[in-house]
Design a protein around this ligand. Structure first.
Ligand code: ATP
Ligand code: MG
Length: 140
């Protein structure tokens, strides 16, 4: 299996609820190493750009508003098949459909306010990592 890197975000709902530390621990407990990590708050322009792929979806405005309402954590996670492994650890987009023990089952409020984000392909992971981090911030 290939060692991959993926971009992970802890969304404003989970940060505000005080669950960022628990979620970071959850990644490490599941074999995902934290290569880089920062707490920041997205501007409107940044949130719009990050989720530009969803610009035509009916929930886009709600999503952008949510993602800018408070601080987020962005991190680069590394491990075997990290893109898929991270999405498995997060659980289904809708917490009502998420498996027991997943981050969204444990911490998400709803399909919109769902605690975390993970890249959905290796190509998007590379773009999303570059969105948040410079090469010199990827400590390894
Ligand atoms: P993410 O991209 O955040 O990791 P995902 O890949 O599981 O989540 P996407 O389909 O890419 O899900 O949707 C992006 C985000 O948009 C979701 O995580 C959620 O916050 C929001 N979203 C998706 N569907 C809905 C919906 N029906 N109503 C409200 N918000 C939604
Ligand atoms: Mg997605």
């Amino acid at each position: 299996m290939a060692i991959e890197r993926t971009l992970s975000m802890i969304k404003p709902d989970a940060v505000a609820a005080g669950n960022a530390g628990n979620i970071l621990q959850h990644f490490e407990d599941n074999g995902l190493r934290i290569v880089a990590c920062k707490k920041t708050q997205l501007s409107l322009a940044q949130a719009q750009a990050f989720y530009a792929v969803h610009a035509e979806r009916p929930f886009y405005g709600e999503l952008v508003e949510f993602m800018t309402e408070g601080p987020i954590f962005a991190q680069v996670l590394e491990g075997e098949n990290a893109v898929a492994a991270h999405r498995a650890v997060m659980g289904a987009t809708n917490p009502a459909e998420a498996d027991e023990g997943t981050i969204r089952k444990l911490y998400a409020e709803s399909i919109g306010r769902n605690a975390c984000h993970g890249s959905d392909s290796l190509e998007n992971a590379a773009n999303e990592i570059a969105f948040f981090f410079s090469e010199s911030e990827l400590i390894g």
